[in-house]
Write a protein that binds this ligand. Structure first.
Ligand code: SAM
Length: 221
């Protein structure tokens, strides 16, 4: 089956099982209205992130790549009372739209958006001696994926869950020449998940409204 069938099935599954509410749907339309690319996770993936946050009992979530806050809202809704999510975003305009969406969702007190290059924010979090994060979602500039994965380990603890989005990249992961900088980063992080004794991971291929892609999931040992 071709791409249109994958998308139709994904829409069916999202409408039947996931049922994103108006606040979440607004986060997506607000991104489009602000001229952002439609690169937020699909609703079924957002719900998976929320379930993973809950299944792991996470109280502290770190997100790298906020965009308009769609995945942020999914994950923050999975936090218990007193839980906290820190999201890193480079572009002030994106952070501003996300802030409004997160406040609309009633999650303002749980979510902090830090504007700037994520590598700087991650270093700052370490210097601040931030409490370990229980769950880390990596979804920003793919070339930095291995650095973000290293920071996830440093800012985490044994048992921290790490999710990396977009690890198949329309199959380019087997043909780096199609997008050298991004694919190099994607591959380096996948190799690290396979080889680094501090990590225990898997990677899942997906098709749907976001095309042919996938995500990797690991536990920090
Ligand atoms: N996680 C979001 C969601 O699913 O709703 C989508 C995030 S989007 C794929 C990637 C975001 O990362 C963009 O908003 C982009 O501006 C941001 N970004 C890119 N490079 C960055 C960097 N070096 N530091 C922080 N954010 C960055």
């Amino acid at each position: 089956p071709a791409a249109p069938a994958w998308s139709a099935v994904e829409d069916y599954l999202a409408e039947t099982v996931v049922r994103p509410d108006r606040t979440l749907l607004h986060a997506v339309t607000s991104a489009a209205e602000a001229g952002m690319p439609p690169i937020e996770v699909a609703p079924n993936a957002g719900k998976l992130l929320q379930l993973l946050v809950r299944l792991s009992g996470a109280r502290r979530v770190l997100e790298i790549g906020t965009l308009a806050g769609f995945s942020t809202i999914w994950m923050a809704r999975g936090l218990p009372d007193g839980g906290r999510l820190v999201s890193c975003e480079y572009l002030p305009g994106h952070a501003e739209v996300a802030r409004a969406n997160i406040d609309d969702a009633g999650l303002g007190a749980k979510v902090e958006i830090r504007v700037g290059a994520a590598l700087d924010t991650l270093r700052a979090l370490k210097e601040e001696d931030a409490e370990p994060f229980d769950f880390v979602f990596i979804d920003a500039d793919k070339e930095n994926n291995p650095h973000y994965l290293e920071w996830a380990i440093r800012l985490g603890r044994s048992g921290t869950v790490v999710v990396i989005d977009n690890v198949v990249w329309d199959g380019a992961v087997l043909d780096p020449s199609r997008d050298p900088a991004n694919v190099r980063g994607i591959i380096a992080a996948l190799q690290m998940m396979g080889e680094d004794p501090r990590l225990d991971g898997t990677a899942i291929q997906t098709v749907g409204t976001k095309g042919w892609d996938g995500f990797a999931l690991a536990l920090v040992r």
